[in-house]
Design a binder for this molecule. Structure first.
Ligand code: NAP
Length: 411
């Protein structure tokens, strides 16, 4: 199976778009800053217990610590030591708690640095409702989507110049003199690059996910009616991927009516598209009509948080940043420093990110065990403060105790 076998676990391999995972895969973990160590202490036993119970001890994860963040800075002088980067590349799969953004020091954000370094181009956020979680909707259970957000391009590419800077003035002069664009003096300038390669590989991942999970609909989200050559092109390239690479599996919305009288043939996936502002309404009013969404960077950022809020907030929203042959699973919330070391916060986001990871390893029984046990633990109403304060009759427990509750709910 993997490329190296010893008592310390087996390295995960990646060939032809597939992870090759032995029964004792090496997986890296970054505890993270602030509440990171608290939620990791609660999460690891949950994941280990699920694997142990699902496979009767035949499988186990060989966890390896990765030194990144404030602890790394204290011990090595660097927030993101080269050794950790090398190890992540070697292990291919890692899970991380939140990292605080160093003030000064030239790094915008460690998370962004990791995404860029490993070209983790797809940010994947599944959003579904867990019964009993306080939420603002009448029917939160109708939302069950996976959002694929492009992670490397768009206005988030970091290509921007401050108002009044020589660079901004130069760009403004170029656009005015060479291309006839009228831009107000003293404008700040940001660039929005969206490429065929970047768009296509993201949409490809979303379609592959739909095929693997028997989803019926993939929706391209864009603002192409206004931004024709960036977001409009994203839409066009998305349809091209479907036509060129998935012609036997995917039917476009246009073909659905032109060729199939509006009825999706059995076993096929519908690829449609929606304008970004409309999708916010649609996901509130007709959530059951959406399953997998593929979006450019900025739209996806807003949409993931809006969806997470719909089912009860960000405290439990999981996520993953995925490239080709490398995947980092992460809690989507921040380091909440005021709660650090209090054993208080909800570890749900990291635990559910771990569930995503187990699924990607090809261990669906363990993934399901985590999900079902978490659901049971919430129904038993012994939950962390964030849920307890909104649930009638709930008993507040600490971070680690909540993890233990989850393990106690495993068969
Ligand atoms: P935050 O750390 O997410 O915390 C904001 C609030 O969200 C907390 O005060 C708490 O609300 C709630 N919260 C967050 N995680 C929770 C959990 N596990 N359980 C229960 N409640 C939770 O956001 P922030 O204060 O804006 O950011 C702090 C630092 O985190 C910054 O340095 C930022 O750069 C970094 N950050 C890192 C990541 C990442 O690594 N992926 C992501 C975002 C931010 P209440 O006060 O209402 O209890």
């Amino acid at each position: 199976m993997g490329s190296q076998n010893n008592h310390e676990g087996t390295l995960i391999d990646y060939r032809n778009g597939k992870y090759l995972v032995a029964d004792d895969p090496v997986i890296g973990f970054i505890e993270g800053d602030g509440i990171g160590p608290d939620i990791w202490r609660a999460t690891r036993p949950v994941l280990d217990a699920a694997v142990e119970k699902a496979y009767g001890g035949r499988r186990r994860i060989a966890w390896k610590p990765l030194l990144v963040g404030e602890k790394a800075h204290r011990e090595t002088g660097s927030y993101l030591p080269a050794e950790a980067l090398e190890k992540i590349r070697e292990y291919r799969v890692a899970i991380k708690g939140p990292l605080s953004t160093p003030v000064g020091g030239g790094i915008r954000s460690l998370n962004v640095a990791l995404r860029q370094y490993f070209d983790l181009y797809a940010c994947i956020r599944p959003v579904r409702y867990y019964e009993g979680v306080p939420n603002p909707m009448k029917h939160p259970e109708r939302l069950d989507v996976v959002i694929f957000r492009e992670n490397t391009e768009d206005v988030y590419a970091g290509i921007e110049w401050e108002s009044g800077s020589p660079e901004a003035e130069k760009v403004i002069a170029f656009l005015r003199d060479q291309l006839g664009a009228d831009i107000r003096p003293k404008s700040g300038i940001g660039i929005k690059p969206i490429s065929p390669m970047g768009s296509k590989r993201l949409v490809r991942k979303a379609i592959e996910h739909a095929i693997e999970h028997q989803a019926r609909i993939v929706t391209l989200v864009h603002k192409g009616n206004i931004m024709k050559f960036t977001e409009g092109a994203f839409r066009q390239w998305g349809y091209e991927v479907a036509r060129d690479e998935f012609a036997d599996q995917v039917v476009t919305e246009e073909d659905l009516y032109a060729k199939y009288d509006g009825v999706l043939p059995e076993g096929r996936i519908l690829l449609n598209d929606r304008i970004a502002d409309a999708i916010f309404q649609q996901l509130l009013l007709r959530p059951a009509e959406y399953q997998v969404l593929a979006t450019p960077n900025l739209n996806g950022d807003y949409l993931s948080d809006a969806c997470a809020a719909q089912v009860g907030g960000l405290g439990m929203a999981p996520g993953a940043n995925i490239g080709d042959g490398i995947a980092i699973f992460e809690a989507t919330h921040g380091t909440a420093p005021k709660y650090a070391d209090l054993d208080k916060v909800n570890p749900g986001s990291l635990i559910l990110s771990g569930r995503m990871m187990l699924e990607m390893l090809g261990w669906p029984e363990a993934a399901e065990m985590v999900e079902k046990a978490l659901q049971q633990a919430i129904l038993r109403k012994k939950v962390t403060y964030d849920l307890a304060r909104q649930m009638e009759g709930a008993e507040e427990v600490g971070c680690r105790a909540f993890g233990e509750q989850i393990i106690a709910c495993m068969p």
